[in-house]
Design a protein around this ligand. Sequence first.
Ligand code: GLN
Ligand code: ZN
Length: 789
Amino acid sequence: MASHIVGYPRMGPKRELKFALESFWDGKSTAEDLEKVATDLRASIWKQMADAGIKYIPSNTFSYYDQVLDTTAMLGAVPERYSWTGGEIGFDTYFSMARGNATVPAMEMTKWFDTNYHFIVPELGPNTKFSYSSHKAVNEYKEAKALGVDTVPVLIGPVSYLLLSKPAKGVEKKGFPLLSLLSSILPVYKEVIAELKAAGASWIQFDEPTLVLDLDAHKLAAFSAAYTELESALSGLNVLVETYFADVPAESFKTLTSLSSATAYGFDLVRGTQTVELIKSGFPAGKYLFAGVVDGRNIWADDLAASLSTLQALEAVVGKGKDASIAYYKVGFSYNWQYLIMTTFCPDKLVVSTSCSLMHTAVDLVNETKLDSEIKSWLAFAAQKVVEVDALAKALAGQKDEAYFAANAAAQASRKSSPRVTNEEVQKAAAALKGSDHRRATNVSARLDAQQKKLNLPVLPTTTIGSFPQTVELRRVRREYKAKKISEEEYVSAIKEEINKVVKLQEELDIDVLVHGEPERNDMVEYFGEQLSGFAFTANGWVQSYGSRCVKPPIIYGDVSRPNPMTVFWSKTAQSMTSRPMKGMLTGPVTILNWSFVRNDQPRFETCYQIALAIKKEVEDLEAAGIQVIQIDEAALREGLPLRKAEHAFYLDWAVHSFRITNCEIKDTTQIHTHMCYSNFNDIIHSIINMDADVITIENSRSDEKLLSVFREGVKYGAGIGPGVYDIHSPRIPSTEEIADRINKMLAVLDTNILWVNPDCGLKTRKYTEVKPALTNMVSAAKLIRTQL
Ligand code: GLN
Ligand code: ZN
């Protein structure tokens, strides 16, 4: 029985690629240095998979930045503004597209399905010229072959590539049909396929993850058309069409499994629970099934016994029938008898695989030397998942490694029964939530009145989102405290000093509702995870987010509770430094959930409710400590939206409910703020209203006022709202006039008494030399408009 890996992390076990890239970009090392690091990483990955016994090892899943950008380079679809003149695309053009250069901005980046990975969005139009301009796929295939590893080259499929693109500037308004470019890109695909064949490839993998989305008949027809068009080019090759991240809808499944040029189909059987049923109800005879049973999206060890039984059930569907004897004859007499008999019964048509590329999980557990050994026994990162896939394949073929399976079963059992996982009290409290809506007793306009009596704010109150610039010095203090190089006293006094500086600055700027600046926080999720029980942290569990940027999500392994107050000391300290209202600053339950590796032994919403109960305690303690304004950030609420529309309502319901749980029992006079990043809210505006916060601050300035159009179209909104008046992602300092102009546009659609004035997001990544003038102008703009009302 054979094994396959959809794709593998590129960064390296210790983020070697990140450091090589950044040093190259800083001009501290040469292109050869960078290539050397990349070549070594690829070689070690291929060798590792080959040593583990993987039969179908991917190539071209490495990338210097992003696999979609690699495809853009392969197709020569470089937007005009990069002044590329043709020929093989080198680092210059490639990194200019990815990151921009001195004169030209980068291409847009967006989230890769519902993962935290971001890809570079192709910009295509009727004038885009396509030509084969990056031989990376073929080069990587040859490179592996020279090392003795015959790989499966992986390409992003032509239809997914187009469906993930956006119309180039100028044609977007006219609604340019991107799929009309299919006939222009397929000739390049044909060239690549021909070269791969010539280099000796016997397999090719097309990633077509868009097949899991809601696609209309027109888009599905494009799949059939594309693969029919490629059929003769592909003849002689085994063709795997790989899908992932969800189940494939029945209609799409039909289209996919009817592609005559495909010989194999890959499915995510972790998220795609319904796919198993579809396969059982009809899978084309003679085709390979690549069964993605090992989860590429989390860090949990696979339940091997469960996967094995899923695979055995599928074997009955795929592995039987005429094909067994065909395989027998094909194999001929060049193999020994024992192998022949095995082949007769197990025709290798069922291939054990991962649910998706392993790039969405951490790299290698061996580097986690500080992790508690019990928790460690429950985990598997990419390197361990490769071994799991292989063990499953061997077990199916009758060569079960009993000791390995027994150890796995023991770890699964210990996870189920460990007292560290289960906290009866938390379970009970979460169960008791059922049946109630958890809404504050009074409606929002009455609450706002009560709050205003206490807070006495001017119209168009000004505030910021939470963080202030994090200086090198500040990071050093935190690092040294963590490493126990400075005492707690020294640490506390350094942080207090920083808070004081931020408070004084805001008073000077005459901001109305202050923040403490979050100097004690490294990261808005990690900070809370470290203080909640049920969370574990890794030393090297990095996952690529975009380019060289990686994140290290906490692991939620058990029932979540809050043993002690987490932010009360700092908020109280900050409030004591000023007579203006000081916002308490928390990360909300949905954001903590969406930015962590979440346990897979209970539904996500249950874990979210538990976090909500922990944050609720914190909210109540802040209120008791005299904090009158509390902001609960839900930066990542929209990010968790499921891929398919049919699942949106359920998610939004429990996500919004979780938020309400955190503040349902506080006084009318305590003002609850929330903050959200990303500008695309229009489709979830009713859920946002349903959160029932008193004030929401939203990223807005990069969205061409898309947000405001919702209100223009008549959505009733009665709570406070602060659409960001300037973009904090850019070092540019907005003028007073420009901000005033923005505020006026907002006033045209929103009531004066609900509008707040604030930047788009936190100021953590900016410099004081940018923040001071920008906030000065923001406050003057608010004051200017107040005089005109
Ligand atoms: N309060 C956080 C900050 O200001 C919010 C960050 C975010 O929304 N990503 O940094
Ligand atoms: Zn934000």
